[in-house]
Design a protein around this ligand. Structure first.
Ligand SMILES: [Zn+2]
Length: 343
């Protein structure tokens, strides 16, 4: 009888443990968010077609998503801020990357994500959200996007890149051995180029592209194809020295492409431009594209960060950079000083 009671006790414990395990495994850990889109224009249009959504398994989990139920006409916007933003969008004269630019439309998608709004830059809601951001960052809450407000945003975006953080310590990360890299499939590359990446970075890229396709933002076959991946440091340095032209922003003595984690993606191209032209017209075309607006909201969920001057340049942060060497020890022949924002 004692034995029977003991068996029943053990059976009961096992049953409870099983139930607890099943509940733990099956418990919904949070509903996967709808892939957000940017720039709900005023007035809001009717209901959108439902989108197929494949939940991502990639870290980090929380996208800085646009608020689906935002009222873009509402918000405690400082007086005149919405109108000021609307005109500065195409008229602001400034040099956010050291050379003169006109307007801030190129950066508007990223600013919107930063201030957590899905409303267009000309709306009261956008100005109100910007004022909140300014206040929390110790700036006068004017609700107007200007160079003073943009600078700390840009610093934050640079610091989000592990490559930049290690560069800031004077270190250039190491390059992976060629045999550890994986080659992208021909249909994944732009113009048939051979693109190699660290395998996990390529995996993350594939999951992201699958989700972008499911979200319906890819409107042309070349969108999100790869036109650059791993670049051998020696080849980069040799080309740099040979041409006596390292192009500062374009090809530095320590390119992020040496890590095998950086990739250049076809976003869009204005007529007459290639997918890697930094001409403002071209970057503006990219900023306006559905694929970029999707990326700027969603790519972070897959571990990707963007270099804000180049809408096409993305770095995967899911794996550590390899141990590096002091930048000062690298061959400097023919090269320009490393830009803090260099890719
Ligand atoms: Zn690049």
């Amino acid at each position: 009888m004692k034995l029977l009671r003991r068996l029943a006790w053990i059976f009961g414990l096992l049953l409870m443990a099983t139930v607890a395990f099943v509940v733990w495994v099956m418990w919904p850990v949070g509903v996967a968010p709808e892939p957000a889109k940017l720039f709900t224009d005023l007035p809001r249009t009717g209901a959108e077609a439902p989108r197929q959504y494949i939940p991502s398994i990639d870290p980090p989990a929380a996208p800085p998503s646009a608020q689906a139920d935002e009222d873009c006409a509402a918000g405690q916007a400082p007086s005149g801020a919405a109108d000021a933003n609307a005109s500065a969008l195409t008229a602001l004269i400034w040099s956010p990357f050291g050379r003169p630019e006109v307007g801030w439309e190129i950066y508007a998608p990223r600013v919107a994500v930063e201030i957590h709004t899905g409303c267009a830059p000309s709306t009261p809601r956008f100005a109100a959200a910007l004022a909140v951001w300014q206040r929390t960052h110790g700036l006068p809450p004017s609700g107007r996007l200007d160079a003073i407000t943009f600078q700390p945003m840009l610093t934050g975006w640079h610091r989000a890149r592990p490559f930049v953080r290690i560069n800031a310590k004077g270190i250039c990360p190491g390059a992976p051995p060629l045999e550890t890299l994986e080659t992208a499939r021909p249909e994944e590359s732009y113009g048939g180029k051979v693109i190699q990446l660290r395998p996990s970075a390529l995996d993350a890229y594939r999951r992201m592209v699958a989700e972008a396709k499911a979200a319906g933002v890819i409107r042309r076959p070349e969108a999100l194809t790869l036109f650059s991946g791993f670049r051998e440091p020696d080849a980069d340095a040799a080309r740099c020295a040979r041409d006596n032209n390292c192009q500062g922003l374009v090809r530095t003595i320590c390119s992020a492409h040496r890590t095998g984690l950086a990739m250049d993606l076809y976003i869009a191209a204005a007529p007459g431009f290639g997918p890697d032209s930094a001409a403002d017209d071209n970057r503006r075309a990219m900023a306006r594209s559905s694929v970029f607006q999707w990326m700027i909201v969603n790519a972070g969920r897959f571990g990707f960060v963007n270099y804000p001057y180049e809408p096409w340049h993305w770095e995967w942060t899911g794996e550590a950079l390899l141990p590096g060497v002091p930048i000062s020890s690298l061959p400097q022949a023919g090269s320009e000083p490393l830009e803090p924002a260099a890719r």
